[in-house]
Write a protein that binds this ligand. Sequence first.
Ligand SMILES: *Cc1c(COP(=O)(O)O)cnc(C)c1O
Length: 223
Amino acid sequence: MTISEKIGQLRKEIPSNVKIVAVSKTRSVDEIMEAYFAGQRIFGENKAQEVASKQVMLPSDIEWHFIGHLQTNKVKQIIPFITLIQSIDSLKLLRMVNKEALAINRTIDCLLQFHIATEETKFGLDLQEAKTLLQAVNIENMNNIVISGVMGLATYTDNVNLISREFQFLKSCFLFLKSAFFSDNERFKEISMGMSGDYLTAIREGSTMIRVGTMVFGERNYK
Ligand SMILES: *Cc1c(COP(=O)(O)O)cnc(C)c1O
């Protein structure tokens, strides 16, 4: 199947209100353009340098999402063009995003990344850390960021029950934060969960945004 056919099939398979982020890390400009011509407009990348060098070669109506661990010293590189940073995992990072966005008069949407997997290696906040972060956001005037939801990665396993429970946990974190901090704020609405191996489970558990790479572009050689 071509990239275009895979995107078409995926669209038919999932509800129309669930957004598809085509994860284009390691993919060439030509592969991204193939997806673009099939109507795909949201692309996800996990390396600042990689996305910065790709985006100058690609159409300006692409929405670039940052989905990887982001070091504070790399923030400045992506602020001019990034639409959504899905991987906010510290207050320090959020402050840097706000600072660099303010410097060029942009406002950047951000998701709080939660650690929901049993694996140690995955980045992300727990609920207490998220609360502390949002309390700080309320005190400090961060006018150049908008917290628009949560993101998480499930354990890499074929145990569907475990994956379901992890996604349920992420949804419960979303609902808690919604009621505690965003009850009158419609912009806090996204639950980014689900990758090529588990997007159907994620959608069943309430995902609003799936991040699929392999499913669209085929197997990656690395990363
Ligand atoms: C690579 C990556 C994906 C996509 O993974 P696939 O299994 O290729 O769909 C999704 N989310 C994050 C954070 C990633 O790094």
